[in-house]
Design a protein around this ligand. Structure first.
Ligand SMILES: Nc1ncnc2c1ncn2[C@@H]1O[C@H](COP(=O)(O)OP(=O)(O)O)[C@@H](O)[C@H]1O
Ligand SMILES: [Mg+2]
Length: 314
């Protein structure tokens, strides 16, 4: 039987520059992704998505990679550490002020098991929501002993007790380098840095890398910057390509080959309480995030080996 891709190619023609060929390619990618098996990591991967700049695609990346991995058969726990609660919104979680959330977890009133919710679109995906209440936490926990390890301790307790095995724990960070982000960095072993393909993209990256180094030195020696992902890529502009080349030049082994295009569907999805994976599954945005997720999944053995090596040294 003729595949959807072949039908599109037959109708629109296979000319390299035609819309038809682009659609056929997209459709072929979609079909291939549905067939491919996403390898599961041998042990849980703990990843914080961070960049102190706002609006670079942290939340979009957190929710769409998580949904992609869940669709690929992995079990995911997303932790929203941003008082804005945008990841909670996009994953369809209740997070009004006063609702049980990560705020209660950090302050020791509730366990992760008590506050987590299931994502309505993806049964493999659980979310620990954040509400605006979390904005008070930075100050409230400032004098607590072990204030940098509040998330780490709660997460360890939960993972030790949980009957469900999670393949990935993915933490969405707020745009700052304060105590909430430090808590995220102490609770994970990997950092994923989204980089927006724009002129000032690499500015500020030094500051982030410095903070990560400080956390490595003082709190979490095995923390590894395992992944960078170029977001809001516009393939029509030279600038986007230049930024991608620069990132590849500086971080060749870290940056994913897949880039995320700027698309309207990606920005529309959250207003429907959805990821783009559920909202527009066959579009370029969803397909790119799934390709990126597949790359991340395939890199699990090498990342886990690098972490093991670091652990051995500490
Ligand atoms: N690839 C993309 N294409 C179009 N809009 C995007 C894309 N990625 C993010 N956005 C939009 O840009 C804004 C900032 O993204 P967001 O993920 O919230 O950034 P951050 O969490 O780093 O602040 C949001 O309105 C989001 O919908
Ligand atoms: Mg965000």
């Amino acid at each position: 039987m003729e595949s959807a891709a072949e039908t599109i190619r037959r109708i629109f023609g296979g000319d390299a520059n035609s819309l038809g060929s682009e659609m056929a390619e997209l459709s072929a990618q979609y079909e291939a992704l549905n067939k491919v098996k996403f390898p599961k990591p041998k042990s849980t991967r703990y990843i914080a998505v961070a960049n102190q700049k706002g609006g670079v695609g942290k939340t979009t990346t957190t929710v769409n990679l998580s949904a992609s991995l869940a669709l690929g058969g992995s079990k995911i726990l997303v932790i929203d550490m941003d008082p804005q609660g945008n990841a909670s919104t996009a994953l369809g979680a209740q997070h009004n002020s006063g609702e049980p959330s990560v705020y209660d977890v950090l302050e020791g009133r509730k366990s992760i098991a008590e506050v987590k919710q299931e994502c309505p679109d993806f049964p493999n995906l659980d979310i620990v929501p954040a509400s605006i209440d979390l904005s008070g936490a930075e100050l409230e926990v400032a004098d607590m002993d072990d204030r940098t390890n509040l998330l780490r301790n709660a997460l360890k307790k939960f993972m030790d007790q949980s009957e469900k095995h999670y393949d990935y724990v993915i933490v969405d960070c707020p745009p700052s380098l304060g105590l909430l982000v430090i808590n995220a960095m102490c609770a994970v072993t990997e950092m994923l840095i989204p980089i927006q393909a724009e002129y000032y993209a690499l500015e500020g990256l030094g500051q982030l890398i410095n903070t990560i180094s400080l956390v490595q030195e003082h709190y979490n020696p095995i923390l590894l910057v395992s992944t960078m992902l170029v977001t809001m890529f516009d393939r029509r502009t030279l600038l986007s390509k230049e930024i991608f080349e620069k990132v590849k030049e500086h971080y060749p082994s870290i940056v994913l080959k897949t880039t995320i295009p700027r698309t309207v569907k990606i920005s529309e999805a959250p207003s429907f309480g959805q990821t783009v994976i559920a909202y527009d599954p066959k579009g370029m945005g969803a397909i790119s995030y799934r390709e990126a997720a597949l790359e991340i999944a395939k890199r699990s053995p090498s990342v886990l080996a690098a972490l093991k090596k670091k652990e051995g040294r500490n």
